[in-house]
Design a protein around this ligand. Structure first.
Ligand SMILES: [Zn+2]
Ligand SMILES: [Zn+2]
Ligand SMILES: [Zn+2]
Ligand SMILES: [Zn+2]
Length: 229
């Protein structure tokens, strides 16, 4: 009988403790949404809209890769912060106000996802295109993993020695022309991206340093050519 009483007492106290802890916890850790947070919400919302607008305007290109990644990351962070805020705000804001901010958030979230997927697709298709361009035989147009280059100009690609030989009669003149157009006048290197002297447009350089090196001796001739033009 005594034991039973103790058990009953124990059960009674522990239940009241649990009941008591509920409200105490809420009192100790209330979720306060103050004016500062609301104004931060509005600022973040404006920035998010600006970021998403910027994303909508960007067409993917490898040069913009870092910039796009940066914007996507900030947009993601903002969405997470605003999402958490929106959940908290549910208990504090009047229903219609809460529904408004939730609607806006869902809307930008949807646009963000759409833009993100579009950029990923553009990136993938650009990569596929670049791969195809770099791995297509200039002779038979076959796509080949291990492609060989014309050893002279390094600008034509072939799937096999046979294709290289078959194409040579056709490519010969083009090869000479390419080498002529893409040879650095200082170090004689053949490069794809060649820079011209911006004044006379006659001398070609592989790099800025070759151009600087050539300038003392080219200066006079350059001036003469420029005047004659
Ligand atoms: Zn081929
Ligand atoms: Zn060639
Ligand atoms: Zn050079
Ligand atoms: Zn010049």
């Amino acid at each position: 009988m005594k034991n039973k009483l103790y058990i009953a007492l124990f059960v009674y106290t522990s239940t009241s403790l649990v009941y008591a802890m509920g409200p105490i916890q809420q009192q100790e850790f209330p979720i306060i949404i103050n004016d500062e947070q609301v104004s931060k919400y509005n600022q973040e919302g404006k920035k998010l809209t600006a970021d998403v607008n910027q994303l909508q305007k960007i067409r993917y290109s490898p040069e913009l890769d870092d910039k796009i990644t940066e914007i996507v990351e900030t947009v993601k962070e903002r969405l997470v912060w605003l999402g958490e805020f929106t959940v908290k705000a549910k208990d504090f804001l009047p229903q219609d106000k809460y529904e408004d901010i939730e609607k806006n958030l869902l809307f930008v979230n949807a646009i963000f996802r759409k833009e993100y997927n579009r950029l990923i697709l553009e990136k993938k298709s650009q990569m596929a295109l670049a791969y195809a361009q770099a791995h297509t035989c200039s002779g038979c147009s076959k796509l080949t993993k291990h492609i060989k280059q014309c050893t002279r100009c390094k600008n034509r690609k072939y799937c096999s020695i046979n294709c290289l030989r078959d194409d040579w009669q056709k490519h010969k003149n083009e090869c000479d022309q390419y080498i002529q157009d893409h040879t650095c006048c200082v170090c004689t290197k053949v490069v794809k991206k060649i820079n011209q002297c911006s004044q006379c447009k006659k001398r070609k350089y592989c790099s800025r340093s070759c151009q600087v090196q050539d300038w003392p001796s080219h200066k006079k001739a350059c001036l003469k050519i420029t005047i004659e033009q």
